[in-house]
Ligand binder design. Structure first.
Ligand SMILES: Cc1cc2nc3c(=O)[nH]c(=O)nc-3n(C[C@H](O)[C@H](O)[C@H](O)COP(=O)(O)OP(=O)(O)OC[C@H]3O[C@@H](n4cnc5c(N)ncnc54)[C@H](O)[C@@H]3O)c2cc1C
Length: 220
């Protein structure tokens, strides 16, 4: 739970900040407890002040969420709509949406208990509308997700797949066969092995699409 606000965890069109009220954290330098509002946390896409100015400074000890008693179902994300349609669920409740999310993840993501992996290695790039239109002129089939800010999110996995990395294995590291964005360790690979693969992937995406991928994971 403490890690959830660190990168404002999110998936399928919902982020922690949508239900976040406040958190309490212990200052590791002074021992004092401080309360942070959502504004104080400076949440962004997979981002917060705890990944930036306050990195490593606080231990988050309590997180307060505000949930609603009336279910608000968010099925705006394509993968969820497709999953519910495949199950012929027309009016999903929160349990159906929850089960659809779990089914998608089981189908697409490796289980860390079976296959070591770094989750989604890169953030999905957010493009300004003009930049996105230039991309769509070249690749009309590009999947995308329109953000409230007017910017357009493009799946990093799609960009990586277009560059031919999906499912490719190099020694003990590789891009996962069912989700190109997930970099996996088949056993015995080092952090440098994974890092080098990530650099090669980012370089090829930049060369082909002119889009610089940035890492979602922490690099040590
Ligand atoms: C297969 C896979 C799929 C994933 N899918 C998603 C996804 O869809 N969306 C998404 O947002 N993320 C995703 N991730 C990333 C994952 O959600 C985050 O890394 C998660 O929040 C980590 O939780 P954890 O408890 O394992 O934290 P850890 O990995 O242990 O810690 C993450 C960071 O938070 C810090 N931290 C942990 N607890 C505290 C605390 N109490 N106070 C201060 N700092 C703390 C750690 O020092 C570290 O820097 C995925 C990861 C994997 C492996």
């Amino acid at each position: 739970m403490g890690a959830a606000p660190i990168q404002n965890i999110g998936a399928y069109g919902v982020e922690l900040r949508d239900v976040f009220e406040r958190l309490e954290a212990i200052d590791l330098q002074t021992g004092a407890t401080r309360s942070f509002s959502a504004e104080d946390c400076v949440f962004g896409y997979r981002d917060s002040i705890f990944k930036r100015a306050l990195k490593g400074r606080y231990c988050i000890s309590r997180v307060h969420l505000r949930l609603t008693k009336r279910a608000v179902v968010n099925t705006s994300y394509g993968a969820i709509r497709e999953q519910l349609a495949a199950q012929q669920i027309m009016e999903p409740g929160i349990r159906e949406v929850s089960e659809a999310v779990m089914a998608i993840r089981r189908a697409k993501l490796p289980d860390p208990a079976d296959l070591g992996n770094a989750g989604s290695f890169f953030k999905n790039p957010e493009l300004d509308p003009e930049r996105f239109e230039r991309l769509r002129d070249r690749c009309p089939e590009v999947p995308h997700y329109l953000l409230a800010t007017g910017r357009v999110k493009v799946p990093a996995a799609w960009l990586i797949e277009q560059c031919g990395w999906k499912g490719k294995r190099f020694g003990q590291v590789g891009s996962h066969a069912r989700q190109a964005l997930v970099l996996v360790n088949y056993g015995g690979a080092s952090g440098s092995d994974l890092y080098e693969l990530s650099q090669s992937i980012a370089a090829s995406v930049e060369a082909r699409f002119g889009i610089a991928l940035s890492a979602e994971v922490n690099l040590w």
